[in-house]
Design a binder for this molecule. Structure first.
Ligand SMILES: [Zn+2]
Length: 105
């Protein structure tokens, strides 16, 4: 089952992180790291994120690595290289974790 997330749900209008539950904080930390890594290497077809699968929630034992890419519709897709875990992140552009913002077009 893919985890579909809208990055805006974690942010207020100013782009700051809203107050999150402990569980949401954990998943946000996970997602924001993917956004940073993928946006920084946006031209690459697949990016190895320096992140273990089990950091997305407590009590997970999978030590697989997360890989991510930016799809054609500007959605970040990620998956674990070991288990079935996968997901998408939308509306991450322009956030504090969007590393491509500094590139001039
Ligand atoms: Zn996994």
């Amino acid at each position: 089952m893919a985890l579909k997330t809208d990055f805006r749900h974690f942010l207020d209008e100013a782009g700051n992180v809203v107050e999150l539950t402990k569980q949401a904080k954990t998943i946000f930390k996970f997602l924001s790291k993917i956004v940073s890594a993928v946006s920084e290497n946006i031209e690459q077809p697949m990016i190895d994120v320096d992140l273990n699968c089990n950091t997305r929630a407590e009590q997970l034992s999978c030590g697989g690595s997360i890989e991510g890419k930016c799809s054609a519709i500007d959605m970040i897709e990620w998956h674990c290289d070991t288990c079935e875990a996968s997901g998408t992140i939308s509306n991450w552009q322009g956030s504090l974790w969007d590393k491509q913002a500094r590139i001039l077009h």
